[in-house]
Design a protein around this ligand. Sequence first.
Ligand code: GLA
Length: 381
Amino acid sequence: METSIRRQFYQRFGKEAFLVAAPGRVNLIGEHTDYNQGYVLPAAIDKKIYIGISKNDKPVLRVFAAQYQQELSFSLDQLAPVEGWPTYLLGMIYYLQKDRGAFEGLDVYIDGNIPIGAGMSSSAAICTGFGLAMNELFNLGFTRMQLALAAQKTEHNFAGLMCGIMDQFAVLHGKSGHVIKLDCRNMDYEYIPFHFPDYRVVLVNSMVSHSLAGSEYNVRRAQCEEGISILQKYYPDIQSLRDVTGKQLELHKNILPEIVYRRCHFIVHENERLLQGCDFLSKDNLGEFGKLMFETQEGLSKWYEVSCPESDFLSEEAKTYPGVMGARQMGGGFGGCTINIVREDVIEDFAEFIQKKYTKKFNKVPEIYITQIEDGAHVVR
Ligand code: GLA
């Protein structure tokens, strides 16, 4: 793919590309905990977006996206949100220029194999990959953390999704063979080896494309904030749901609106599951870790209500299959992929099993991705 992108770039723009690769991410456990200042456990994978760029001498962004077969141009004089994927590029230019002053126009070519809307965070890959490319090309001197924050602001203000920091952080900080235990309160992180040679992380794509912006995702975030503001009256020291214990929550169950209680319940226990899960991983206990993943699915479905019949079905069926340790919906919600930990010797049979069952029920064939944990975004020399 790298060679073909260079060639395509040359054919289209008549010059050499500076090339960056940015991966998609998985998250083993810890969903919706990032914007509640809790922990997450993501990793970068071997699905990638490639971004070829080069300077042009006009104040213009010219961009071709192979996945959409679309070329568009934007003036850099007035950077504002637009509909669709180009908004990510405009947002990144906006935030990098805001700190470093205006820079030249750019020709950009984007291609890749991260499925869009599948919960693998293709948008974080575009933002951070493009940010890294500009950072290198113009020598801007941003740290990876600063690029992650610019990408998060782009999601918030150019795409309307009030996301946490997990995706942007994971894409930029991934490390081969490791998951990242990230504390989203202070950005402390630790690499935990994910060394289970007989098991693989397998994604099953429900083919239900989740659309999150401005919708239920932001509603969940607001409900969590409402919960905190009520609980703070009783516990002035708490800053986020990460500080709340299950016991405290139960004590005040009756003063919280029921729906807010349910949302808080999921977050408080999801954060606990993550901490327990890390403990199991450190003891090489994938069996117990997998059980927590099934519990998360139940929470996503019944308490946080961000699942859908397709994701529930995929997780329930996977649970019955010997050699599948854990399975649950991954990412923001309402479809996308389930993440499954599957014993290597049964992967093929499992794939056939789940595809058959799912197709029969939903009349759609789920794609299966057997992933590898790799390094985060990088320049391709
Ligand atoms: C999306 C967001 C993340 C995170 C997950 C849910 O991927 O971008 O910040 O909240 O959903 O865990």
